[in-house]
Ligand binder design. Sequence first.
Ligand code: B12
Length: 212
Amino acid sequence: MRMAGEEFVKALADLDEARVLELTRKRVDAKEDPFTILDDVRKATDIIGKRFEEGRYFVSDLIMAGEILKQVMDLLRPVMGKKKGVSKGKVVVGTVEGDVHDIGLSIVTALLEAEGFEVVNLGVDQPPKAFVEAIRNHKPKVVGLSGLLTEAIESMKKTIEEIKAAGLRDKVKVIIGGGRTSEEVKEYTGADEWADDAAVGVRKIKELAGVA
Ligand code: B12
């Protein structure tokens, strides 16, 4: 089974679309844990990011990676399941202003729905006021701000400041997520929690929502 994993990481890092999709289908059919596949997605995107930083990959390659990742997610989402029964509560998520990365957020959304949360996903490049309005309209227990760019940190800070200015900060817990988040960034932005991994993020959201 690990062989399939290594081959998958290599094919995704090399942007070999046909092979990646073939291997994903095989792994899904073999009932492999989607989290293991997600771990491999992470390994491959780290390699893609490194190649981009080294000038071996270009923006066109990042776009290609995005296209492939979306299709991988379309294959994984149905096997992540959905819990029936009582809702665990509402969560509003979105990618902050200036950032259009949304593949990680779609994973988080799917996992939260699988856990029984009602998720309102605002989409990408969302200004602070979009989060403020969504909190007013949907009254979520938790708000999740996603961002992968270094610049996203400022947008997260601004968003949390506007939530505070609107008098809503004590009504919701805020978690920030994405590759640039850390304990330090959490403190800087004024968030309650952070996660650079979907599984950890979902666990923390359950704790914040009081349903862990
Ligand atoms: C695919 C990709 C793109 C695609 C995105 C397509 C899409 N629809 O999302 C496109 C082509 C649009 C793109 C554009 C750009 N990108 Co880009 N991109 C990537 C790449 C290769 C993969 C990202 C990805 O989808 N990963 C897979 C998912 C599953 O992982 P994830 O996003 O990290 O999400 C996980 C966790 O972070 C967490 N999580 C994420 N959000 C949240 C939210 C919550 C609430 C929680 C709890 C958890 C959580 O859970 C997820 C699952 O485990 C990364 C490389 C990398 N190492 O991240 C670069 C990367 C993020 N991009 C980068 C750059 C520089 C850019 C561009 C500026 C390039 C350019 N010159 O135009 C533009 C910026 C556009 C913009 N304004 O946002 C840099 C950012 C560097 C930085 N420090 O700022 C990276 C790191 C590459 C690099 N190493 O240089 N990119």
